[in-house]
Design a binder for this molecule. Structure first.
Ligand code: SAM
Length: 385
């Protein structure tokens, strides 16, 4: 096996289970891409990974002991990932990349169908090894690939979208606690459904009382709004994605639920609602897409969030609840607190922080990989004196 050698001091990263090394952290590396053993500058073995000089991260480390990256290795990783989710129903994230020891691979499980994303050159190169292991470990009815995300483009890889294995229906049925969402795979965002907000949706449903009003901004297929309607609340969902809103509408009529829908830009809709005579909402949810992909974008995005929060606060009832989420690694809890403080000052509102929630356990947060903590939801309550 070929070798890469880290620069002095850079071995600490790998020793501490961080699975990536940049090209400028290497003292020496082979000519071309391939499986490598990783050694420190003192020639101490650190792990086994995949080296590709064309990748954003030159070495991806897959194991921290000696051994091959073969089918058996991947089988063990998938079995371990399954074991961690054994208590969950069959709709969950089965593989959360680095946090499951598989940098560059995401697998969402929707009953018998798996949707996979291959995000880096290493996992792309090792496809013929891990795919048979995934099939053997999970025995799915079908596997669909949605490798069309930004990170793939940054790796210089082409998009890959389509059936990888077995039978995949064109419309995926996602069952979340009894609400069944028919998601057309080709039109859907990401892997089709935001499994990561399920626990917050359960929390909202538990808190709600019949007759309360819920404003679900950035609703996607309305999984929050539909739960609210199921609890007897009035729900208004806002999103710019017409296809997603069409799914919401279909689920509502199938289940005999009523959800009002506004298609459009969140900021414009919020400002219009705040200007209108709409009665206040007891719950306002803001769950925007990944707004920040680089740290330099943070100041602009914070200003946008303050602009969103001002009308959101005007629409919030006295003692109402504000749910503010960020799925961007660079937009952390401190930034969410700061923008909300700025907007509340503008609106003369006093808030208390009731709870801060993070990615659920099927989207594990590895201590060693800070980026794996990506989802933050701050639940504020209006707290007048
Ligand atoms: C993180 S997802 C929301 C997930 C959703 N809350 C759920 O529980 O399934 C972000 C959503 O924001 C929507 N979106 C993105 N930009 C938008 C904009 N400017 N105005 C309104 N919606 C937008 C996307 O279509 C997507 O559905």
């Amino acid at each position: 096996m070929q070798r890469v050698i880290t620069k002095t001091g850079k071995d600490k990263k790998v020793r501490n289970f961080y699975p990536g090394l940049f090209a400028d952290e290497l003292e020496s590396a082979p000519e071309g891409a391939g499986i490598v053993q990783v050694f420190s500058s003192e020639q101490v073995f650190l792990g086994v990974g995949y080296y590709d000089p064309r990748s954003r991260v030159a070495v991806r480390v897959y194991r921290f002991d000696e051994g091959p990256l073969d089918k058996r290795f991947f089988l063990q990783r998938f079995e371990r990932a399954q074991k961690k989710r054994a208590q969950l129903d069959p709709f969950h994230r089965l593989v959360h990349a680095e946090a499951d020891g598989l940098p560059g691979l995401v697998v969402d499980r929707f009953g018998g169908v798996l949707v996979v994303q291959v995000r880096n050159r290493a996992m792309e190169a090792l496809r013929e090894t891990w795919l048979p292991a995934l099939i053997e470990a999970v025995a799915p009815v079908g596997i669909y690939e949605r490798s069309d995300m930004d990170s793939r483009r940054q790796e210089g890889l082409p998009e890959r979208v389509g059936i990888l294995y077995g039978e995949v229906p064109p419309v995926l049925e996602v069952n979340e606690d009894g609400l069944v969402f028919p998601i057309p795979l080709l039109l859907a965002q990401k892997t089709g459904y935001y499994l990561d907000q399920r626990e917050n949706r359960r929390r909202l449903e538990q808190m709600l009382k019949p007759g309360e009003r819920v404003l679900d901004v950035y609703s996607y297929v309305g999984a929050f709004a539909l739960r609210a309607a199921r609890k007897g609340a009035y729900a208004l969902a806002v999103d710019k994605d017409l296809e997603a809103l069409a799914v919401l509408d279909r689920v509502a009529s199938m289940q005999g639920l009523r959800v009002d829908i506004r298609q459009g830009d969140a900021l414009e809709v919020l400002e219009n609602l705040a200007r209108s005579k709409t009665p206040p909402f007891q719950h306002v949810l803001l769950d925007p897409p990944t707004l920040v992909k680089k740290p330099e974008e943070l100041p602009r995005v914070k200003r946008l969030l303050v602009d969103l929060l001002r009308p959101a606060l005007r629409l919030l009832d006295r003692e109402g609840w504000l749910w503010l989420s960020s799925c961007a690694y660079y937009l952390g809890v401190d930034a969410l607190l700061e923008v909300t403080r700025r907007a509340s000052a503008d609106e003369g509102r006093r808030l208390r922080v009731h709870a801060i929630h993070h990615n659920p356990p099927d989207h594990p947060w590895s201590l060693h990989v800070p980026e794996s903590l990506y989802l933050k939801t701050v639940l504020f309550q209006d707290d007048p004196l």
